[in-house]
Unconditional design. Structure first.
Length: 265
């Protein structure tokens, strides 16, 4: 599905079903350097179980035009404009990593328009290792290697994928390598600069779930727990033997966490 946001063509996958804003709407927001394809299983399940889905490509990512946005606050405001372009009054936001920070800030900003919130692989801040930032700024392929290595848990590195012949780490690296110059750095720098998570968490007034992995070194589970404690109506789900890339490392568990926590209101 193509939408025009801020004068640019924006792509959003709808899970294989026509988009109908009259249904409960779930908006999936990807992490730095990723795109809508990271949500394939989760977005399709929601689309075929009574929801309308927008798995967006943020500006400059995937099939979306425009320059990448350079702050979490800017991306959060953009989500509101995306909703306006799609004719969506209220929505459930589901975000991963940078996308979770965006979802948190958007729920804080868009008072009354967000009815459920799911934050996957998130913490109060998302600091980025200087070596990764430096490589991304230089458009050095080493950035893809570092993100792939640090983003996946030990089990994923041992061929955990249930589908024979599918190389989980290789697929993630290839997706990162498809980014235009500067896109990955813009997202990582936005994460590193983000310091308002605590304030945003205190403003959330909708039911929320925080999903963490026990092997996540980018946003450790204990930091996700600390964020969850700041949100009034929040539960935490911890996925064992799983790193930061939960939708690929433990797709069924990640989907189950969403199904159990989110329901149309």
């Amino acid at each position: 599905m193509q939408l025009e946001v801020d004068g640019h063509q924006t792509y959003a996958a709808t899970g294989g079903r026509p988009f109908d804003p009259a249904k409960p709407v779930a908006i999936f927001i990807h992490g730095a350097g990723m795109d809508h394809s990271y949500w394939q299983l989760q977005s399709r399940w929601f689309a075929w179980h009574g929801w309308s889905v927008l798995a967006v490509d943020l500006p400059g990512h995937g099939r979306s035009d425009g320059e990448p946005l350079t702050s979490i606050a800017g991306m959060a405001a953009w989500i509101g404009r995306l909703m306006d372009a799609a004719g969506v009054a209220t929505a459930t936001l589901i975000g991963h990593s940078m996308g979770a920070a965006v979802a948190l800030e958007a729920a804080s900003l868009l008072t009354g328009r967000i009815d459920r919130l799911a934050l996957i692989g998130v913490s109060e801040t998302i600091p980025v290792h200087p070596a990764l930032l430096k490589a991304a700024e230089a458009n050095d392929p080493k950035a893809y290697d570092l993100m792939t290595a640090w983003g996946h848990g030990a089990s994923a590195k041992m061929g955990r994928n249930k589908v024979p012949g599918i190389w989980m780490l290789g697929g993630a690296r290839a997706l990162l390598a498809r980014n235009k110059p500067g896109v990955l750095y813009a997202g990582l720098k936005a994460c590193d600069d983000w310091q308002t998570g605590v304030v945003a968490a205190g403003r959330i007034d909708c039911p929320t779930v925080v999903v963490c992995g026990t092997q996540d070194v980018m946003t450790p589970a204990k930091k996700g727990k600390a964020l969850a404690a700041r949100i009034a109506d929040c539960r935490q789900v911890v996925i064992r033997d799983c790193g930061h890339m939960m939708m690929q490392e433990a797709p069924d568990a990640a989907l189950d966490a969403l199904i159990e926590s989110l329901s149309p209101v």
